[in-house]
Design a binder for this molecule. Sequence first.
Ligand code: PGA
Length: 255
Amino acid sequence: MRITLIAGNWKMNKSHLEAMRLVQEIGHELADVNPQKVEVVVCPPFTALRTIQTLIDADRYELVLGAQNMYLAEEGAFTGEISAGMLKALNVTYVVLGHSERREILGESDDEVNAKVKMAFEAGLTPLICCGETESEHAAEQTRSKVEHQVQAALAGVRPDQVRSAVIAYEPIWAIGTGQTATPADAQATIAYIRSMVADMVGPDVAGAMRLLYGGSVKAGNAKALMSQSDIDGALVGGASLEAAEFSSIVKAVT
Ligand code: PGA
């Protein structure tokens, strides 16, 4: 019932020309993928969204477009920012919100993430909300309290029918780009905890329908073990999403 979701977060990589090539390679590699079984999302930088959306439409790739961020206001004097409506107009479906790099490097707060989540829903986008603990929080066994706080804050005031369609990615910060991953059992335990928390907030029905992902050094070699855990519905992939063959192998490994 929960369709597996594999999302590639390209971060600040690929010019729009490089992005064109990458999406064509991924599209060819995954030509036979069944969208009823796995939803494959690519999240290029803003500068490549338009080009990629055109290619997905023209070549009928079974790929879905995501953005990596947006601003929390509808429009106005916010130099350098991009609105949810602008993304929607480009046929963007998903928007990554609250990635740890934005929280840690760019100082994004829980309140901002919450405002963005609401704004995304208003514009008809689906937020892909990130949460996760730092290495020191991990060592201090504060993983649950950290993700609980982040998820509660991100979903505060969000309607249950919206929560149902939202996606949450649990990404331990110490696992991002490091080659270290949470063990499948640890990732499952934290993600099951997030699901039980969401159930307490909005009911087991909504929590049971919601897709929860793991992120942090997911590769073709470890994807299957992680994704076969009962509460893990997919992956948010960074580094490995920049190579068509590796990213496609992750998708194939879970189907
Ligand atoms: P990684 O990044 O796969 O390179 O660890 C994951 C992410 O930041 O979403």
